[in-house]
Design a protein around this ligand. Structure first.
Ligand code: 3PG
Length: 402
């Protein structure tokens, strides 16, 4: 269902669940990509005369108010980007929220305080979650799901609320699903997936699934050392998930058997400590000194990865190739980003998945337009590619069936 299915929204209170979980340095938003991505749905509803009540989470507070996770800075930024004031409620479903919603005129926008200041939002207890969803529902006449980054969460504002109000998917969620469907349903080949980031254990499900759909898997970041170790190489003091070695070995065997090419770095930047000032050098990936840790893929690997992406028609990328926040270890991530930009220019569909990866490419100076699509969902896009049923999407399928 789309917002058009909600009929005439003029004068109606429409609750929009957005993903405004942006990185903050104190009260300064360091990447406002998710706020920008939420604008089309909010603006369209406001332009149609709805009284728009936006709700969202920030970070992982423990079910009670915690000032460091207040959405107040997000309300200001949202107002700047919309070019209209955003009324901010200092609670989520209490007195302030009710007063702010009651005070909205047609076409105006409000933002409620962090959903996760309420234990009911993330509760595993259905009744507790349901009670909170009831309180949220009392603030609105209709609900729009537009927080793609949270559709993999069975939470009150994502799942339960959609069963309590006339509900529709917003344009961000629909756009994200459209692109990810192109990756899962008959992608143009060759189809390569670049995976990085610290932990292989976060990516097991998706690797498992990609071994059946992708032609090439390029692996970097902290997780690659578990692959190198599984191949019998010493990895010094690099990140290593000993308990995943057997699974990774099985993936390597399966890839070989099924003709999926797994591309690992041939050299790495190895440092004496996790620090920008640490002594570092480029070493062969199979000769990492015992007292050094790999913090980026090396220049030869960067060229190899770029080569492997050059002829691809579809590329999905999640996770940095190294500790890119520190200049000496940013080159690998930058090289992969450049290779995606080139592939995009050549007509390939390129998708950057994840809040962190999106923030990384922006921090390195790339623009959103350089890529085919920058997904706002990290965990959500990975779970989608894993083929899992995502509660925030499934709830609409259930409604359609029922
Ligand atoms: C994200 O940052 O991936 C989303 O906002 C979801 O946040 P969560 O992992 O805390 O549920």
């Amino acid at each position: 269902k789309t917002t058009a299915d909600l009929g005439d929204v003029r004068g109606k209170r429409v609750l929009v669940r957005s993903d405004l979980n942006v990185p903050l340095d104190g009260e300064t938003i360091t990447d406002d990509g998710r706020i920008r991505a939420s604008l089309p749905t909010i603006s369209a509803l406001a332009d149609a005369g709805a009284r728009v009540v936006v709700c969202a989470h920030l970070g992982r507070p423990k079910g009670a108010p915690d000032p460091q996770y207040s959405l107040a800075p997000v309300a200001s930024r949202l107002g700047e980007l919309l070019g209209a004031p955003v009324a901010f409620a200092t609670d989520t479903v209490g007195e302030s929220a009710r007063a702010v919603v009651d005070g909205l005129a047609d076409g105006q926008v409000a933002l409620l305080e962090n959903l996760r200041f309420n234990a009911g939002e993330t509760s595993k207890d259905e009744a507790e979650r349901g009670a909170f969803a009831d309180e949220l529902a009392a603030l609105a006449d209709a609900y729009v799901s537009d927080g793609f980054g949270v559709v993999h969460r069975a939470q009150a504002s994502v799942y339960d609320i959609a069963t309590r109000l006339p509900a529709a998917m917003g344009c961000l969620v629909r756009a994200e699903i459209d692109v990810l469907q192109r990756l899962t349903r008959d992608p143009e080949r060759p189809y390569a997936v670049v995976l990085g980031g610290a932990k292989v254990s976060d990516k097991l499900g998706v690797i498992d699934n990609l071994l059946g759909t992708a032609d090439r898997l390029l692996i970097g970041g902290g997780m690659v050392f578990t692959f190198l170790k599984a191949q019998g190489h010493e990895v010094g003091t690099s990140l290593l998930e000993q308990d995943q070695l057997a699974t990774v070995s099985e993936y390597l065997e399966r890839a070989q058997r099924d003709g999926v090419e797994i591309v690992l770095p041939t050299d790495v930047v190895a440092a004496t400590a996790f620090s920008a000032d640490a002594d570092h050098e480029v070493v062969a990936a199979d000769a990492i000194p015992a007292d050094r840790m790999g913090l980026d893929i090396g220049p030869e690997s960067a060229r190899l990865f770029a080569d492997k992406l050059a002829d691809c028609r579809t590329v999905f990328w999640n996770g940095p190739m190294g500790a890119f926040e520190m200049a000496p270890y940013a080159a690998g991530t930058e090289a992969v980003a450049r290779a995606l930009v080139e592939a995009t220019k050549g007509g390939a569909l390129t998708v950057v998945g994840g809040g962190d990866s999106a923030a990384a490419v922006r921090q390195l100076g790339f623009a959103d337009e350089d890529f085919g699509h920058i997904s706002t969902g990290g965990g959500a896009s990975l779970e989608y590619l894993e083929g899992k049923s995502l509660p925030g999407i499934a709830v609409f399928d259930q409604a359609q069936e029922g």
